[in-house]
Design a protein around this ligand. Structure first.
Ligand code: TRP
Ligand code: SF4
Length: 332
């Protein structure tokens, strides 16, 4: 029996290279070793965007097409949409009943989200009941498939801690049933944005998985380089080249990186030329992924089939767990 992995993303639109290198590549690797469940967390998107749902469907499709393009394989993993598995909502009810209010109130991730919402950026939005329930719903996502490991970023670990507490409480109250899921931190290299800050869609410093080669090349030309370098034959300092050289280290071969370093340090390589080559390099690496993305864009009925079949598989598994849960809680 393989261990079970569950992980999800809120469908906020097309994904960028930070998602690819930091999360999806890791998921792709895990597919062979675990029973994997990957889902678009559209209910979680509603916790803050309940008033802006016109893009929700397209965003969900975009996220899933990005996954498929990157190598998430519907033959190996269950790919589904959270709201197409209503069993999760029922489990959420049971878990909500056994979760003390102060467990959610002290969730640091939630505190951060609340701060952003109340600030000007969030236009002073109030915190709704659903948002308070974020960690409980996330626990339902995880416990729905009795998951063992959750691949997440460090920012989500506090949520997984609450999930473990809820699982333990359920087991104490109703009988041993749920595994205590462990976070599986990935140690992938983090890619920064074109301006040297964290890559993020709202910072306008990202390269999308689905960007064309032309767009990618153009964006790369705006990447920060060694700021002390004014002319192209000035001696460069690759280690102070905040973005371009770091990208080379991610996308280039060892030999290419050594060559860039050497030419840069000797003043034999201008930054513009260097970034033109870098753009070509990234496009070369991304080409097969983008081709696959385009294929799915042109075959929406195939994507729809993958989503519907994955969600049906997820519902079947979820119902089996729910039947057990109902029995343990002693529901009618
Ligand atoms: N909260 C996660 C995020 O914002 C998304 C998510 C929802 C999730 N449910 C999950 C991740 C369950 C892992 C497991 O990125
Ligand atoms: Fe960076 Fe390349 Fe310019 Fe050197 S030549 S500073 S590595 S962009």
């Amino acid at each position: 029996m393989k261990e079970v992995i569950v992980s999800g993303m809120r469908p906020t639109g097309r994904l960028h290279l930070g998602h690819y290198l930091g999360v999806i590549q890791n998921w792709v690797q895990l597919q062979d070793k675990y029973d994997c469940y990957f889902f678009a967390a559209d209910w979680h998107a509603l916790t803050t965007k309940y008033d802006k749902t016109e893009d929700l469907r397209q965003n969900t499709l975009d996220v899933i097409m990005d996954w498929l393009a990157c190598g998430i394989d519907p033959e190996k993993s269950v790919i589904y949409v959270q709201s197409l598995v209503p069993q999760i909502a029922e489990l959420n009810v049971y878990l909500g009943m056994i979760t003390p209010q102060n467990w959610v109130e002290r969730d640091p991730c939630l505190k951060d989200m609340a701060k952003i919402l109340k600030s000007k950026d969030g236009q002073g939005q109030q915190i709704n009941y659903g948002l308070m329930g974020y960690p409980v719903l996330m626990s339902a996502d995880i416990m729905m498939f009795n998951a063992d490991c959750i691949p997440v970023g460090i920012d989500q670990v506090a949520h997984i801690e609450i999930t473990r507490d809820i699982a333990r409480r359920f087991n104490n109250l109703y009988g041993e049933f749920f595994h205590e899921a462990k976070p599986l931190l990935n140690h992938c290299s983090l890619i920064c944005g074109l301006d040297g800050n964290k890559m993020g869609k709202s910072f306008n410093n990202d390269i999308k998985i689905s960007d064309t080669a032309e767009v990618t090349s153009k964006k790369i030309m705006s990447a920060i380089t060694d700021r002390s370098r004014l002319r192209k034959d000035d001696l460069g300092h690759p280690d102070e080249c905040e973005v371009a050289f770091k990208y080379w280290q991610i996308f280039g071969s060892e030999e290419e990186v050594a060559n860039v370093r050497c030419e840069c340090e000797k003043g034999l390589r201008g930054c513009a030329q260097c970034k033109r080559q870098l753009g070509d390099k990234i496009n070369e690496v991304m080409a097969p992924i983008r081709e696959k993305r385009k294929y799915y864009e042109e075959h929406p009925q195939e994507v729809e089939k993958i989503i519907q079949e994955g969600s049906a598989k997820a519902r079947e598994k979820a119902q089996a767990v729910l039947n057990e849960v109902r029995k343990l809680v002693k529901m009618y």
